[in-house]
Design a protein around this ligand. Structure first.
Ligand code: RAT
Ligand code: ZN
Length: 442
C-alpha cells in the first residue's frame, strides 16, 4: 500500500515499517524542552554562537583535565581565547569523541556548516549577519523545539533587573519561565537581607521561622509567580537532601520553608515543584562553573514528600545513575510524581538509552525522557538530535516486542505516544497548556 493512502487508523504491520514511522514521527513532533538555562531573546543573558558553544562548562572540564594550563589563567582569558584553547585541546590535538564534543559538531552541521573543514574562524563569521530574532528562529526550527522552559532565579541581580524593568518588551511566548528557588532553600541566611531590602519583613528566629516571616515568603513567592507566570517551581539539591530533616538548624529551616512556604504556594497556584537531586556543588572550586560533582541521594525524601503532600505535584530528576531505578519505582506508587530527564552527567547516549528503556518498561509513556539543560541557544540542536535518536530507538524496540505478540500499533497511536513523550505528558501533568487559561483541569 502506498504511504500516501495510509490513515491514522492503519496498523503498522512490519518491523521496518514501524521503525521508519517511529523515527519520522519523533523527528517531526515539536518538543517542549522542560529544563534549560536559556533566557528570553531580548535578555542580555542569552548565550549563542560558536565561542559560547566551545566554552560550555562540560567542555571546560574536559579540556582542563588534559592540560597544564593553570585554572586561573584559563578564567582570565576572554571568551574567544577560551574557545580557541578548547578547540585546540579537544578538537585539534585530540579527537572530539566525547558526547559534549560531538555535540558541537552536530550543532554546527545542523546549522548548515561543514565540519569537515575544521574552520573555526569560518564558523565564527558564518552566522554573524543574523539578528538575534533570526538566530532564535533558526535554532528552534532546526531543533524542532516549540517551547523552552528557562531557569529564572529572582535572586540573580541581572535576571531580577530584567524582570523588573519597565522597558522590557512583550514576552516571547516560546520562552516559558520556571521559578528557581535554590538561594531560598539552600542559602537562607544569605537571602534574608536581600528579602528585607526588597520590602519583605522576614527574620530568622532562634527557634525557626515565625508566622510573619513565612507569610512574607509566601508573599514573595506570589509576587514572583505573578510576575514570571512560571510553569513550575524548582530547586537543585545536594545528595544529602532529606525530608523531613531536623538534624540541624539549617535543615530544620529548609524543612519549614518547604512545608510552610513553598508547597502551600505551589498548591495555591497549581504549580509542580521540580526537585533536581544529587549535585555536589564545587567539588573542585578552581573549576568554578565546571567544578560540580555528583552523589547518590536517598530516595526516601521523594517518597515522604509525595506521600505527605498528595495535593502537591513533584517533578523529580536525579543526577546519580544509581538513583534511577528507585526513582522509577517510586513514580509507579505516586501519581503526583513525574520523573524527568537524564540530567547533566547522565546525558550520554549509553546512559540515556538505559534509563529511557528502564523508565518505559516501568512507566509506559508517563514520564519525560529528556530535557536539554542547554545553556547556549545553539545546543538545542545537538541535545535534541541526540535525544530524539534514542527516544525513537527505545520506543521502536518496545513496539517491536508488541508486534511479536501480534499487537499492531496504529499510526495515530504512535503519534499520540510520541507527542506524550516529547511534551504532552508534561503538560497533562502540570494541568496547563501555554496560551490556555491557568488552572485548567488535569
Ligand atoms: O547542566 C548544567 O548546566 C548544570 O550546571 C546545572 O545548571 C544544572 O543543570 C542545574 O540546573 O542545577
Ligand atoms: Zn540545569
Amino acid at each position: 500500500m502506498d504511504a500516501a493512502v495510509h490513515t491514522g487508523a492503519s496498523p503498522l504491520t512490519s518491523v521496518s515499517e514501524l521503525r521508519s514511522f517511529v523515527r519520522q514521527t519523533v523527528e517531526k513532533t515539536p518538543v517542549t524542552d522542560i529544563h534549560t538555562h536559556l533566557y528570553p531573546p531580548d535578555s542580555p543573558q542569552l548565550l549563542f554562537g560558536i565561542d559560547e558553544l566551545l566554552s560550555y562548562h562540560y567542555l571546560i572540564a574536559e579540556a582542563l583535565r588534559v592540560s597544564d594550563l593553570p585554572y586561573e589563567t584559563f578564567w582570565e582569558l576572554p571568551r574567544r581565547k577560551q574557545a580557541d584553547f578548547i578547540w585546540a585541546t579537544l578538537f585539534v590535538n585530540r579527537s572530539p569523541v566525547s558526547e559534549a564534543c560531538r555535540g558541537v559538531l552536530t550543532t554546527l552541521a545542523g546549522l548548515g556548516l561543514d565540519v569537515s573543514r575544521r574552520d573555526l574562524e569560518g564558523y565564527r563569521t558564518a552566522l554573524a549577519d543574523l539578528s538575534i530574532t533570526e538566530y532564535v528562529d533558526r535554532v528552534l526550527a532546526v531543533a524542532n523545539v516549540r517551547y523552552v522552559v528557562m531557569t529564572n532565579d529572582p535572586f540573580d541581580p541581572t535576571e531580577r533587573a530584567y524582570w523588573l524593568s519597565a522597558g522590557r518588551g512583550a514576552r516571547d511566548p516560546r520562552f516559558l519561565a520556571a521559578l528557581r528557588l535554590d538561594p531560598l532553600l539552600l542559602a537562607w541566611p544569605r537571602v534574608v537581607p536581600q528579602l528585607v531590602v526588597a520590602g519583605y519583613r522576614v527574620r530568622t528566629g532562634e527557634t525557626g521561622l515565625d508566622a510573619q516571616t513565612l507569610g512574607e515568603i509566601r508573599r514573595f513567592l506570589a509576587d514572583w509567580i505573578e510576575r514570571l507566570e512560571p510553569v513550575y517551581l524548582a530547586v537543585s539539591l545536594p545528595p544529602e537532601f532529606a525530608y523531613p530533616d531536623h538534624s540541624g538548624k539549617e535543615e530544620a529551616i529548609r524543612t519549614q520553608l518547604i512545608e510552610e512556604a513553598v508547597l502551600p504556594s505551589a498548591r495555591q497556584y497549581g504549580l509542580p515543584l521540580a526537585l533536581m537531586i544529587g549535585v555536589k556543588r564545587q567539588v573542585n572550586p578552581a573549576l568554578r562553573v565546571a567544578g560540580d560533582g555528583v552523589g547518590k541521594a536517598a530516595i526516601s525524601a521523594v517518597e515522604h514528600l509525595c506521600a505527605s503532600f498528595p495535593e502537591n505535584k513533584f517533578m523529580v530528576t536525579m543526577l546519580s545513575r544509581e538513583n534511577q531505578h528507585e526513582l522509577a519505582v517510586v513514580a509507579r506508587k505516586f501519581r503526583n510524581l513525574l520523573p524527568f530527564g537524564c540530567w547533566w552527567f547522565l546525558n550520554n547516549p549509553s546512559l540515556v538509552t538505559e534509563i529511557t528503556r528502564m523508565r518505559m518498561e516501568l512507566l509506559g509513556t508517563s514520564f519525560v525522557p529528556q530535557h536539554s539543560d542547554a545553556r547556549v541557544l545553539d545546543q538545542l540542536i545537538y541535545k535534541w538530535a541526540h535525544a530524539r535518536a534514542i527516544i525513537a530507538e527505545v520506543l521502536s524496540h518496545q513496539y517491536e516486542l508488541l508486534l511479536a505478540t501480534g499487537w499492531q500499533p496504529t499510526r495515530s497511536e504512535v503519534e499520540r505516544d510520541v507527542e506524550a513523550l516529547l511534551g504532552g505528558y508534561f503538560w497533562e501533568f502540570t494541568g496547563r497548556r501555554p496560551g490556555a487559561d491557568r488552572q485548567d483541569a488535569r
